[in-house]
Design a protein around this ligand. Structure first.
Ligand code: NAP
Length: 282
């Protein structure tokens, strides 16, 4: 049976460090603020926004919430972002995705000042990650690296397989693993013979979004399995990985819930502190 990578515990230690940093700034008369914008009534998004507010409270970050109607226009949303870009008490701005279909997500992401783009989705931050010269890292992939580091799991020289190539998880994950000298393979829906590839993974990261997608016959004995998926099966939250059977083969595995999810929010807090420091010349 494998060791559980406890994302909740790692996230608590990240948030403790952030709280110390926020407190240091407070002593110097600087408060740290994060603006979170939610458009519409997506139930999952509402839960994420509530969790982000809780993490702000735990770390001493002031949270500014903007809950907008489903029918908010793109111009209205971008106008709010422009106001927040200019607002000194707001160090980070996050617009919860997905947005309603009448709003162009990329246009909204590009409207956020790169200095306040704590999700690291702005094209200039994406480019900086590509060349390895960055202030912020995207929260989910950075949280995964933090878990691996916490448990002293080496990436260098390892065969790392990422399933999924989205802009927010798969692609930046591959980039960060490459920066750490992993040998990276990225798989997606057009990949042929997926199991032949995943069976070679020392570190397997699944970000597909399908319950029971990764089965025991797809992994090798002694590997590390990171489950990014957040799915519902029979009303219960679950990842992409058939946990019990894969855990019987893997050396380390993240659970869902309690794995990658809490790390994503902890890194968001870390990025907000980084933004505040940078904006105040520290
Ligand atoms: P996404 O944009 O839907 O991307 C899913 C990826 O999976 C795509 O690249 C897709 O390939 C690939 N895929 C789909 N079917 C496949 C198949 N049969 N074989 C191989 N690859 C396949 O999703 P996402 O935003 O990256 O999120 C993925 C999952 O992670 C979701 O469950 C999401 O809720 C979860 N998530 C969790 C956190 C967290 O904090 N824990 C954060 C973000 C996301 P194509 O590109 O070819 O379509």
């Amino acid at each position: 049976m494998s060791k559980i990578l406890d994302g909740k515990a790692v996230s608590e230690s990240v948030k403790e460090q952030v709280a110390l940093g926020v407190n240091e700034l407070k002593k110097a008369g600087i408060s740290v603020g994060l603006a979170v914008i939610l458009v519409g009534n997506n139930p999952a998004s509402k839960i994420y926004v509530a969790n982000k507010k809780k993490a702000c409270e735990a770390t001493g970050i002031k949270s500014f919430e903007y809950i907008l109607d489903e029918n908010t226009t793109q111009d209205e949303l971008i106008s709010l972002i422009n106001t927040l870009n200019a607002e000194k008490s707001v160090n980070g701005i996050l617009c919860q995705l997905p947005l309603p279909p009448h709003i162009n997500e990329q246009a909204v992401i590009e409207a956020i000042s790169p200095d306040k783009d704590v999700d690291a989705f702005h094209i200039s931050n994406v480019g900086r990650i590509m060349v390895g010269n960055f202030d912020f890292l995207p929260c989910t992939p950075a949280g995964i690296i933090e878990i691996l580091d916490y448990y002293n799991i080496k990436i260098e020289g390892k065969n790392c397989v990422v399933i999924g190539r989205s802009n927010i998880v798969g692609k930046p994950m591959a980039m960060l693993l490459m920066h750490r000298n992993g040998t990276v393979t990225v798989c997606h829906s057009k990949t042929k013979n997926l199991a032949d590839i995943t069976k070679n993974a020392d570190i397997l990261i699944s970000s597909v979004g399908k319950a029971n997608f990764v089965t025991a016959d797809m992994v090798k004995e002694g590997c590390v399995v990171i489950d990014v998926g957040m799915n519902r099966s029979e009303g219960k939250l679950c990842g992409d990985v058939c946990f019990e059977e894969v855990a019987a083969k893997a050396e380390y595995i993240t659970p869902v819930p309690g794995g990658v999810g809490p790390m994503t929010i902890a890194i968001l807090m870390k990025n907000t502190l980084t933004a505040a420091k940078k904006q105040n010349g520290r």
